[in-house]
Design a protein. Structure first.
Length: 309
């Protein structure tokens, strides 16, 4: 699905439509705040064992204490591939759903421990490596949280680290990383299908949600935007989490992209939404996958998937 079309496959979807999760393990990266926390709260209420994979364990423990149900906190720093590998190496047991939710938005130009531009490194490459390392454990679905900002993004394969381009306030870096999220989700589904796995790759975006993501920016313009415009027009984090929950549990096809139903996809009940032509391009997706494997050193796992054992 591309362009601006919105598909009301499941109109007026609410969390009441979610199945009971009966002890299934769900991993949510960045689950200590914002839409990740709200999604974790609902997963736990539906009976899942929710693992909050977070950079700050103390904040994660504080968040988990307010969720209720069965929760666990594990340290994960997506800005350090060593920590990503350690997290995956320490994992045992099945994962019903992996939610790639954590991210940064328009920080000053900076780099991960492995030398990648921060937004591309955390939002895309960190989750790329994590997903491929955990995939043998995943039994149902991988959900990647993207953004409508992907529509303005381009993948500059000659300068992924913004070494020669003007970084400005970082908006271009964010748009590139969110486009990468959707291309990753697309190519992951192609590979899952080709390998005969029943695991699905889906994606979601929250619309305009009032979270701390933009307010964490050091850009004065973004801070004003977050504190004034977002508070006036955004839905709350709980509503912003609905597309993620929909993408994680609704009966939808692999490769689907969920977002809010209302005009401009800013708010409303979750439905299947369109993506830009670039985000639907299988050739760009395949090229990005190959580059991501090279940069992270993490390939698609050549092992039998948990769901097909």
């Amino acid at each position: 699905m591309n362009g601006n079309r919105t598909h009301d496959a499941v109109p007026d979807w609410t969390i009441d439509r979610m199945p009971e999760l009966d002890g299934a393990t769900i991993v949510v990266t960045g689950g200590n705040s914002g839409i990740g926390l709200e999604a974790a709260r609902v997963f736990a209420a539906k009976g899942a064992h929710v693992v909050l994979a977070v950079r700050d364990v103390h904040k994660g423990e504080d968040a988990a204490a307010g969720i209720g149900g069965s929760t666990e906190v594990r340290h994960l720093d997506l800005a350090d591939l060593g920590w990503v590998r350690a997290f995956a190496a320490g994992w045992t047991g099945d994962i019903r759903v992996l939610v790639n939710n954590a991210g940064v938005m328009v920080p000053p130009l900076g780099y991960t421990k492995d030398g990648f531009e921060l937004q591309f490194g955390i939002n895309h490459l960190g989750h790329f490596a994590l997903t491929n390392l955990l995939l043998p454990h995943v039994t149902s679905r991988v959900v990647t949280v993207a953004s409508s900002a992907h529509r303005s993004g381009t993948i500059d394969f000659d300068d992924l680290n913004w070494a020669t381009r003007k970084y400005g306030g970082g908006a271009g870096g964010y748009e590139q990383s969110k486009l990468a999220n959707l291309l990753f989700s697309l190519e992951l589904q192609r590979r899952l299908t080709a390998s005969g796995s029943s695991v699905l790759s889906t994606a979601a975006h929250p619309g305009m949600a009032s979270t701390n993501l933009m307010s964490s920016s050091e850009s004065a313009i973004m801070t004003v935007f977050a504190t004034v415009v977002v508070r006036l027009f955004a839905q709350d984090a709980a509503a912003g989490a609905l597309p993620t929950l929909f993408a994680a549990t609704a009966e939808i096809p692999g490769g689907s992209y969920a977002g809010p139903a209302n005009k401009r996809e800013m708010a409303g009940a979750p439905v299947l939404v369109g993506r830009s032509d670039a985000a639907a391009d299988p050739l760009i997706a395949a090229r990005l996958w190959a580059v991501s494997e090279e940069l992270t050193g993490v390939p698609y796992p050549a092992v039998q998937m948990a769901s097909t054992r």
